[in-house]
Design a protein around this ligand. Structure first.
Ligand code: HEM
Length: 256
């Protein structure tokens, strides 16, 4: 049996070196960066519900192309979800190369990391674990967004979260995705060195502080939004399926 390290270093059987592992690593970073930035935007977009149902409704229509189309088209959102899903799958497939495959490898990694007490190694393990969980929970969500993009809106989303029980899945997914994305962006900043080059030690410490602050900020934002959707869904449970009517089309007299 050959030395497994050779495989990781990209040595071919004839002893020459392959550029493949470096290229795959670069693609893992690029897809991770795209998804990390997407998630930051996504957390702000879904939190529009904190500004009210009308704000979330208008934003949904904006993503369906209301600015440049006569009739908003939900399939545009479905298409975007399909593209994100494809990037998500490629990213996960590339990341899987680095997972410890056997129990022995995992135990070795755990012992090393405990011995070293090196936070960045522990952060790598956090990323591997959260990534594993996200692969299942994130896929369920992305599939729904891709196949039912017309069911997004203040009442449709709230009904899904409360009556269809997706709220429980989101409650788990929020922590996984925020930890994974913020730790991932921090690790990229260190790996590519663009923000830590001048003074590595101080730069690393500063970026780590930004990472923790972002984890707290996005968790508060996302769980507040989830709580709001939940509350709307609960109040709307007897009218499940009924869609939100914007103020401009509503004949109801607004409550004083
Ligand atoms: C283009 C792709 C995506 C679209 C259109 C989308 C859309 C949405 C929408 C409309 C909601 C509100 C709840 C609902 O209607 O069910 C939501 C919530 C959520 N999404 Fe996405 N999403 C996308 C990608 C992702 C990805 C890649 C992840 C992470 C793997 C993710 C994680 C979450 C989480 C954790 C929530 C709950 C957030 C909260 O309550 O604040 N989404 N998403």
């Amino acid at each position: 049996m050959g030395n497994p390290i050779e495989g990781y270093l990209g040595k071919r059987v004839d002893g020459t070196k392959s550029r493949m592992p470096a290229a795959l690593d670069r693609w893992q970073s690029i897809t991770g960066l795209i998804l990390g930035l997407f998630i930051i935007g996504h957390m702000f977009f879904t939190s529009s519900i904190l500004l009210g149902k009308e704000a979330m409704y208008k934003e949904t229509k904006l993503f369906e192309g209301s600015l440049f189309l006569e009739e908003p088209e939900p399939w545009l959102v479905g298409l975007a979800a399909g593209i994100v899903f494809a990037i998500f799958i490629v990213h996960a497939a590339l990341a899987m190369r680095k997972f410890p495959y056997r129990w022995r490898e995992y135990k070795l990694l755990q012992t090393h990391s405990a011995h070293m007490g090196h936070t960045d190694t522990i952060l790598w393990m956090v990323q591997a674990a959260t990534g594993f969980g996200m692969f299942f929970l994130g896929s369920v969500h992305l599939w729904l967004m891709m196949t039912q993009p017309e069911k997004i809106g203040p009442y449709a989303s709230a009904d899904r979260i409360y009556t269809d029980n997706m709220g429980y899945l989101y409650a788990m997914l929020i922590s996984l995705v925020i930890l994974h994305a913020m730790v991932g962006l921090y690790r990229l900043s260190v790996k590519w060195g663009f923000t830590v080059r001048a003074n590595p030690r101080a730069g690393r410490r500063r970026n780590k502080a930004i990472m923790w602050a972002s984890i707290v900020f996005f968790s508060l934002l996302a769980y507040s939004a989830l709580g709001t959707y939940w509350e709307i869904g609960k109040q709307h449970r007897d009218r499940y399926g009924e869609r939100y009517v914007p103020q401009s089309q509503s004949t109801e007299v607004p409550a004083k």
